[in-house]
Ligand binder design. Structure first.
Ligand code: FAD
Ligand code: FMN
Length: 1235
């Protein structure tokens, strides 16, 4: 009975769960309330005895909440005084309280079979609700309850989306009498039904369930194909995965879909003339039906029965299951050689296929679901029950036991050996199975989880307690409460008892031998089949990007996965994080920014992930370790700022250790041994919220940065810690060396692994996908320009393209800073804004720059299809192919990103033409050469990724330089435009204050200019900094504000501030001191100390020297210190040294005076400054290394440590050269070099 995934729930006409709707939302509150209750004993009813009957103590009702009544989405909840039910664990003398049962609404009259005077809990069958379809009113009532549960689970209860969904459901039911669940709702419902299955001991896994939504299937053969896929997927070469396949729901009760088999795989049973049974006696009746349908039985003891399926109320058809997808285990004993001669075997996949899923008022009459076996199910029940294979006596005899008297316990001894043989044989074949002791412990753990999160767990003691050595298992000693909640899996009458035959001769000899179906079965791995399957498996690709590369890669990955999966590519910021638990395959492509932090559009996603992790680990009791309990924020910051792995782990372990001892008293002691008893993916340890999610991460970054690819690595780890199943190790694409090639290799690998994981066969579909690795899907036949009458004004065109709101600024002043004694120019630009805008000191302005005219002109002069008419507005169009029942239809559609402007404007403002072309662009340029030698020299680069990287780095060529090298190349404008990446905005820390300079934005810009080829080559100019430098008074600049809330000043100006900003890193601090001056002068506020640490090479580059002196004089800046790193005749210093000089005071400000610490500029500098600060605090504060780390975390947690990172701006070529050499070496050594 107690199959690991054998679920049952009683259902009656009135089993509506009024009140369950609030269950998920209010459960935690209730648990808290109950805990309070517990403190004063209020005569809580105790469980009567151990066998699961508790008298069904539904609590009394109180008045309906009148406020709630008025709402459209009524909570549908009668407020109850929860009457917790005390459940004892007799082994540990502990109690827990079940309140979940009190959420069952009384109008459902749903009961166990017990009455007040008689306990009937051992009666096995539970009457179902019959086959009558529900009325539309009943459907709506249940739907309302379920939809509330669903929206509550995604934290959207009573939201607009919730209301809209209810209206939609209502409308659908009014029109058709029923409605369709959305796939995520069905996924949620199927898992919840498992969670609610009172008889299932394996429910700790309830979140880990793959749902095959087959509601579009209309025929028996379609059902058969889907079930074969289920068997294959779930079997997974023995590493069993829980799965459910769901066919269309009941409509009018006359068109039901049914799987007639009790389990997908079962052995036939043939009644012999002498009354004995060949095969499995439990299947005699069903075997007879198969034979009557025309099945030709081989008549051995181990014949797998065919699948008998009826679709849409039609008469059933039978289908032989291909033997190669059925995994069978030959049973042998580790010590008794003779055991194998008994010729026993059993199938590895227990898949129940005759139950009905009752979910949201809908009844899914054809479902098949599986977990994996608990050993006793085979060893005791299937092999040893006297009405099954009944082998006990023959085993006992072989063992030489005295079978003449029960007193020798020969039955028990033989039973144990049979069970040992089963477990041994499954282990031998690496097939998932769990022993009953481990399963019991896991169930106790599950009860704990459920009590904490939900206030109870409906459980049928009779079924949960294993059939062997009961009192040795943990569950035996645990009192349980039996009640039924929905969604649920319910028993239903066997299909052959209810089916309305279309012919009058009843169920006799319905069908002839079906050659067609057999042939079809054999071919079930055909292309068609695989395609149909694959589209059922969803793959979500999420990206976060700052400069656009991750997005491009994610989209490319989407094209590849689109050949075999149902793909969705989304930016992390657009993704509804609450869907994450329902994902099947999650692929992440993300870069790292700041100093090991997420790109801006990945921040919210990261926060949510850490919040989930925090919720998982959090201590619901007092912190016993005496540490400050980390919050999601500090976990996240700890991860990005501290020594990576260790710190993160330390924080997590702190969370764990801070749980009370009590909670862990019964901690599973045998998780390690469980591991060996359960197949890999089925391990009970990792049942986090994402346990159903397979994932892989591609992390973009640059090894120039100390925290290389940190964000990607973090996401990878957190996904794992949340229970996700990693398909491939995180892969890092290093911008310094071979990033593109890394991505191509990874995308190919992950595609193959994903196909294998989801049992998608190597077939034409996958070969099609392979063709798209690294190819250019854009060709001259799929993109074109169309003429448009009028182009968009530039600001509007940029807004359309970048999907942002921009402001227009007019230059008021543009002047160099410093005295030209340096090789670097830094400029100050003052801009006036013509519209409403808001910012605070510390925020950034994003500038939409223009490419240099000479580069644009060179490129334009080489284009083919625009007839030198570069100044006519055009719209890039892309060909889209849509599959319709009448064939493929091709249409031209507007490019999603590029607006209607002239070709010149496209190359000037929209396309990145200065970053060296990617291999994809080079490939196209090679194809556009008329001279083969030109094409050859490019191909050489494309084909050898090492060469490509060396070339890219040494020449760092922009597009015009590449074209100059290949004079015969005449690219088609439309193709080139479609292939080039977008020109990215550049960010500048605002150097003004909205109070001191209303309507103005000031920036401080270091102008980028350098020579390629180690200083020997041509001069390159930074796109944006030189564009800004070139601006004249009254020129227009298109820009936008980006908030940097983590870099704002505290609102209380008495708080001490330490600002460290060498070079252009001084930019935001100028805004700070101007702002403070305004506050001091206008509000008369008392300002706290402000220390400014600045550094530059020479005296002549002491930016804003006069302003600083004036601010010091005015008391706006308390101390302004400068370090000169190359000035002759003085002590050469960097800012770190200045900090050290002032160490004692800095320490005091931070440790004792609640001061804030700000660092701005180059990433390497910021890292060095942080190390220096740690040293200072350690020395002056007399702290240990760990305490210093903790203190820095506290600073972050309290938002007192702030970083504003520009990237690698100083010493670019030195840093790049060193990093590149290392990156190259590392990659070559790790054998990752690709051709
Ligand atoms: C949040 C933030 C705030 C910022 N605030 C400021 C600020 O206030 N002031 C400021 O000046 N900058 C600031 N920056 C940097 C700024 O955004 C630009 O990156 C910088 O101005 C260069 O842009 P560009 O278009 O001129 O150069 P690009 O055209 O982008 O060229 C820069 C690239 O050229 C290459 N390169 C540069 N020097 C060399 C060299 N010596 N050898 C080889 N290759 C080289 C590198 O690949 C580099 O990435 C900030 C950046 C960020 C992210
Ligand atoms: C301001 C800035 C900060 C960066 N910080 C890091 C970092 O901390 N770690 C890292 O590995 N890469 C860092 N990078 C490199 C980017 O991750 C790399 O350029 C990546 O390829 C960008 O991908 P994207 O276009 O998808 O954003 C940084 C780049 C910039 C410009």
């Amino acid at each position: 009975m107690s199959k690991i995934f054998n679920c049952c729930s009683k259902d009656t006409e009135s089993s509506h769960l009024n009140g369950m709707n609030k269950e998920l939302a209010t459960m935690e509150n209730n648990v808290d309330k109950i805990k309070d209750c517990d403190k004063v004993d209020r005569g809580i009813p105790k469980a009567e005895h151990m066998n699961g009957y508790h008298g069904c103590p539904f609590s009394e009702k109180v008045d309906i909440d009148s406020e709630n009544e008025k709402r459209l989405v009524k909570p549908n909840l009668r407020l109850k005084v929860p009457q917790p039910l005390r459940l004892k664990n007799h082994m540990f003398a502990e109690e827990n309280l079940d309140t979940l049962h009190s959420h069952i609404d009384d109008v459902t009259h749903f009961n166990t079979k017990c009455s007040e005077k008689v306990c009937q809990s051992s009666i096995m069958d539970i009457p179902g609700r019959g086959n009558a379809p529900r009325s539309p009113e009943e459907v709506f009532k249940d739907a309302e309850t379920f939809i509330r549960q669903y929206f509550s689970s995604i934290k959207r209860e009573n939201s607009d989306a919730h209301l809209a969904r209810l209206r939609e459901v209502d409308k659908e039911i009014q029109a058709s009498g029923t409605y369709q669940l959305k796939t995520p709702e069905l996924v949620f419902g199927a898992k919840l039904a498992w969670r609610n299955a009172a008889r299932c001991i394996g429910r700790i896994q309830w979140k880990k369930l793959q749902i095959f939504d087959c509601r579009e299937v209309t025929t028996a053969s379609g059902m058969f194909e889907a079930l074969c896929n289920h068997i294959k997927y779930a079997t997974n070469k023995g590493n069993i995965r829980s799965a459910i396949t769901i066919f269309p729901q009941r409509t009018d009760g006359k068109h039901d879909y049914r799987i007639w088999n009790p389990q997908l795989i079962t052995y036939a049973g043939y009644l012999q003339p002498d009354g004995s049974v060949l095969g499995d006696p439990a299947r005699v009746e069903f075997t007879e039906i198969c034979i009557q349908l025309g099945w030709k039985p081989p008549r051995t003891a181990w014949d797998v029965l065919p699948l008998v399926l009826s679709a849409d109320g039609r008469d059933p058809e039978y289908f032989e299951i291909p033997r190669e997808i059925i995994m069978e285990i030959n049973i042998e004993h580790p010590s008794y050689d003779w055991f194998k001669d008994l010729g026993l075997k059993w199938y590895a996949l227990p898949a129940v296929s005759n139950m009905r899923l009752d979910c949201g008022g809908l009844e899914f009459t054809a479902t098949a679901f599986n977990g994996w076996y608990m050993g006793t199910e085979i060893g005791c029940r299937n092999l040893c029950d006297s009405n099954r294979l009944n082998i006990v006596e023959s085993v006992a005899c072989k063992m030489g036991l005295d079978t003449s008297s029960y007193v020798s316990l020969w039955k028990d001894k033989a039973l144990v050996e049979v069970n040992i043989a089963v477990l041994h044989s499954f282990h031998r074949d690496n097939a998932s199975i769990v022993d009953h002791h481990s399963a019991s412990e896991q169930f106790i753990k599950h009860l704990d989880n459920e009590n904490r999160s939900r206030g109870g767990c409906p459980s049928d003691w009779i079924w949960i307690v294993p059939p062997m050595s009961s009192s040795l298992t943990a569950v035996f000693h645990q009192e349980m409460a039996l009640y039924y909640v929905r969604p649920s899996y319910d028993y239903q009458e066997p299909a052959w008892k209810t089916h309305q035959w279309s012919k009058s001769d009843g169920n006799k000899a319905r069908r002839k031998f079906h050659f067609k179906q057999i042939a079809r079965a054999v071919k079930f791995t055909s292309k068609l089949f695989s395609q149909a399957l694959s589209k059922r498996i969803k793959a979500t690709i999420l990206y976060a990007t700052e400069t656009g590369k991750s997005e491009l890669y994610a989209k490319e990955l989407g094209t590849i996965f689109g050949h075999a999966f149902n793909v969705q590519v989304q930016c992390m910021s657009d993704y509804d994080i609450f869907s994450i638990e329902h994902e099947t395959l999650l692929l992440i492509v993300t870069s790292t920014f700041g100093n090991g932090e997420p790109p801006a559009n990945g921040v919210t996603f990261a926060e949510h992930l850490f919040q989930m992790l925090y919720n998982e680990k959090k201590n619901d009791q007092a912190d016993s370790a005496g540490y400050k309990t980390p919050t999601p924020k500090s976990l996240m910051r700890a991860n990005s700022v501290m020594t990576p792995r260790n710190e993160y782990k330390r924080q997590l372990s702190r969370l764990e250790s801070s749980r009370s001892n009590n909670e862990y008293k019964r901690q599973l002691t045998r998780l390690e041994s469980n591991k060996s008893s359960i197949g890999g993916t089925s391990s009970a340890e990792n049942i986090g919220p994402l346990s159903n999610v397979c994932f892989a991460v591609f992390a973009l970054g640059s090894s120039v940065y100390p925290k290389f690819c940190f964000f990607g690595k973090t996401v990878d780890r957190v996904l794992e810690d949340l229970g996700g199943e990693r398909l491939l190790e995180v892969n890092c694409g290093d911008e310094m060396y071979g990033q593109e090639q890394q991505f191509r290799t990874w995308s190919s690998n992950i595609f193959h692994v994903a196909c294998e994981t989801f049992c998608l066969e190597e077939n034409d579909t996958i070969k099609d996908a392979e063709k798209s690795f690294g190819v250019i899907p854009i060709t001259k036949d799929t993109v074109r320009f169309s003429n448009v009458e009028k182009g968009l004004p530039i600001k509007n065109a940029l807004e359309e393209s970048y999907k942002k709101h921009f402001i227009t600024c007019r230059v008021k002043e543009n002047k160099p800073l410093g005295d030209f004694s340096s090789d670097r120019a830094t400029i100050f630009v003052d801009m006036e804004v013509d519209s409403e805008f808001k910012y605070e000191p510390g925020d950034h302005v994003g500038i939409m720059a223009c490419n240099r005219k000479e580069i644009v002109d060179t490129v334009l002069s080489r284009l083919k299809d625009v007839d030198h008419i570069y100044d006519r507005p055009v719209q890039l169009q892309v060909m889209k192919e849509t599959l319709t029942p009448t064939g493929a239809i091709k249409t031209w559609e507007k490019h999603e990103r590029l607006p209607a402007v002239t070709v010149r404007e496209l190359f000037t403002r929209f396309l990145d033409i200065t970053t060296p072309p990617s291999s994809k662009v080079l490939k196209y340029l090679a194809s556009a050469c008329t001279d083969t030698s030109d094409a050859e020299c490019i191909k050489e680069l494309i084909e050898d990724s090492n060469k490509f990287d060396d070339w890219r780095y040494h020449y760092y060529p922009h597009l015009a330089e590449v074209l100059t090298q290949i004079p015969s190349c005449r690219p088609q404008a439309s193709v080139l435009v479609a292939l080039l990446p977008p020109l990215q905005p550049r960010f500048y820390s605002i150097s003004s204050s909205p109070l001191a300079h209303p309507k103005r934005i000031h920036v401080t810009v270091a102008v980028v200019q350098y020579k390629t080829q180690n200083g020997e080559g041509s001069t390159h100019y930074g796109v944006c900094s030189t564009y800004l430098q070139s601006l004249k008074v009254n020129d227009e600049v298109v820009a936008f504000i980006r908030r940097a809330p983590n870099f704002h000043m505290p609102s209380d100006i008495s708080v001490p501030l330490i600002l460290v900003g060498p070079g252009s890193g001084i930019a935001p601090f100028r805004g700070f001191w101007h702002h403070r001056r305004h506050l001091i002068q206008n509000n008369g506020s008392e300002a706290g100390p402000l220390w400014l640490f600045f550094g530059c090479r020479y005296r002549g580059m002491d930016l804003y020297k006069d302003e600083k002196e004036e601010a010091v004089k005015d008391g706006v800046i308390t101390k302004a210190m400068v370090a000169f790193s190359r000035e002759e005749c003085i002590n050469k210093k960097h800012v770190q040294a200045l900090l050290e000089d002032e160490g004692a005071e800095i320490s005091k400000i931070l440790l004792e005076k609640g001061g804030h610490f700000y660092v701005c500029g180059d990433c390497k500098m910021a890292e060095e400054v942080q190390q220096k600060l740690k040293e200072i605090i350690k020395n002056h504060g007399k702290l240990t290394d760990t305490e210093v780390d903790d203190f820095i975390l506290v600073l972050m947690e309290e938002n007192r440590y702030h970083e504003d990172i520009f990237g690698i701006t100083l010493r670019t070529s030195i840093v790049h050269t060193a990093s590149r050499e290392t990156a190259k070496r590392t990659r070559l050594e790790s054998g990752q070099s690709q051709t």
